[in-house]
Design a protein around this ligand. Structure first.
Ligand code: NZQ
Ligand code: ZN
Length: 387
């Protein structure tokens, strides 16, 4: 097992009705920026619940954070915070609102051009001057409610870039599984698949001796396979909703990646497809992931075979099981309502592989994956195979 440090200061408050604890979580006397997205929180009552639990606090509202949050929009919130001396931010929404708030938090006191936070991938570690924030999660998927990363889109250049650091953990996150009742099916499907692929990024590498990490990862995959298709049909079923929500948090709160290698190339490529075509994040991963496994088969087949045996009960030779495990994964994505080809989403893909290869080359991203052996040539094959 590799050496590791585990640090996760987020106070997670999980369960039905937990939003009532909000007044005890927000710092007393704080002037709060309540940040939200396109308005779903007004339709499902979460805005009302939030405001009711913030009586006596000075609250300024900032709405309109888009899915795949835009740098340009977030900078407007930065200006409001500076102008109105706000000292706490409350994010109420899905991954986009929470990621957006992480950026706002980092940008307020940043000395320099805030776009460099993304372009230069600046890390904000403990002690960095940031605006503290908490979250009320309304869409289980990303794990951002309990991790220190964020992904932000720069509209002007159609780039989707990440940043983070240990100062970017939410102070608290309220996760009430009943919020998923109002989610469109498409978003529940996205959540299940995003979380599933978060596990695969940290699990489907090469065989190692992090036995416990593998078993925890496998149990998250099994739980998502168990509850995923059903929760889409019955989002008000608390057993399904709570297991779905907790699986999403556990998939990317840092725990399963401790002491083991991780990949993340599917995400890096997927982010380009969202930046170029505005395809939902999870759906880009379902397109890219299986083809990455095919192109990187020799590197990954040991772990693919373990996954095939333990998750899908497959039998046969290592190569047979590994290949069939990829097919089973695609089948699961289809069950979850995903399409798995870029051509299912756009006709304009002739130059996509070259475009992404050029971009990665410019950024110096020329060796990706757990073994740093996803070269630009392999990247091109993965994207072309995804057409
Ligand atoms: O904007 P509103 O009106 O709130 O509507 C949202 C949005 O249209 C809606 N929604 C959210 N909760 C709802 C709801 N509708 C009804 N009822 C509710 N309870 O759902 C739509 C999608 O929301 P969004 O926040 O964009 O989805 P998600 O949570 O999947 O977040 C995706 C973003 O997170 C990034 C992605 O790249 C993408 O930008 N990621 C962040 C990660 C991280 N920070 O660790 C990791 C991930 O891999 C991912 O990259
Ligand atoms: Zn993801």
């Amino acid at each position: 097992m590799l050496n590791f440090e585990l640090y996760n200061p987020t106070h997670l408050i999980f369960g039905k009705g937990q939003i009532e604890k909000l007044p005890t979580l927000v710092p007393q006397g704080a002037k709060i920026l309540l940040a939200y997205g396109g308005g779903s929180i007004f339709k499902n009552g979460i805005h009302e619940q939030t405001i009711n639990n913030l009586k006596g606090f000075d609250v300024v509202e900032f709405g309109g954070i888009e899915p795949n949050p835009r740098f340009e929009t977030l900078m407007k919130a930065v200006a409001i915070i500076k102008d109105q001396n706000i000292d706490f931010i409350l994010a109420v929404g899905g991954g986009s609102v929470i990621d957006g708030v992480k950026f706002i938090s980092a940008a307020v006191h940043f000395e320099g051009n805030p776009i460099d936070i993304l372009k230069k991938r600046i890390m904000f570690t403990e002690g960095a001057k940031v605006v503290p924030f908490g979250t009320i999660l309304t869409l289980p998927a990303t794990g951002t409610e309990m991790n220190s990363g964020a992904v932000i889109t720069i509209e002007a250049t159609q780039e989707k870039l990440d940043f983070g650091g240990s100062a970017m953990y939410p102070k608290f996150s309220i996760c009430d599984p009943t919020v998923i009742a109002s989610l469109p099916k498409r978003q529940i499907q996205n959540g299940v698949v995003d979380a599933y692929i978060h596990v695969l990024e940290q699990y489907l590498t090469y065989p190692h001796d992090g036995y416990l990490q593998d078993r925890i990862a496998e149990s998250i995959l099994q739980t998502l396979i168990q509850v995923g298709p059903e929760v889409v049909e019955k989002p008000t079923d608390y057993a399904l909703a709570s297991n779905f929500m907790w699986s999403c948090t556990m998939a990317l709160n840092g725990l399963i990646q401790k002491g083991v290698p991780s990949d993340w190339a599917t995400h890096m490529i997927g982010h380009e497809l969202t930046a170029l075509y505005e395809i939902d994040h999870a759906r880009t991963l379902a397109v890219v992931g299986p083809n990455l496994f095919r192109v990187m088969f020799e590197t990954k087949k040991g772990k693919l075979a373990q996954y095939g045996k333990r998750i899908f009960n497959l039998t046969g030779s290592e190569d047979e099981i590994a290949n069939e495990a990829i097919n089973k994964t695609v089948e699961f994505y289809h069950t979850m309502g995903m399409q798995t080809k870029l051509s299912d989403y756009t006709n304009e893909f002739d130059h996509t592989a070259d475009f992404i290869v050029n971009r990665f080359e410019e950024r110096g991203w020329t060796a990706l994956g757990e073994k740093q052996n996803i070269t630009l040539e392999k990247l091109k094959s993965i994207v072309e195979m995804s057409y």
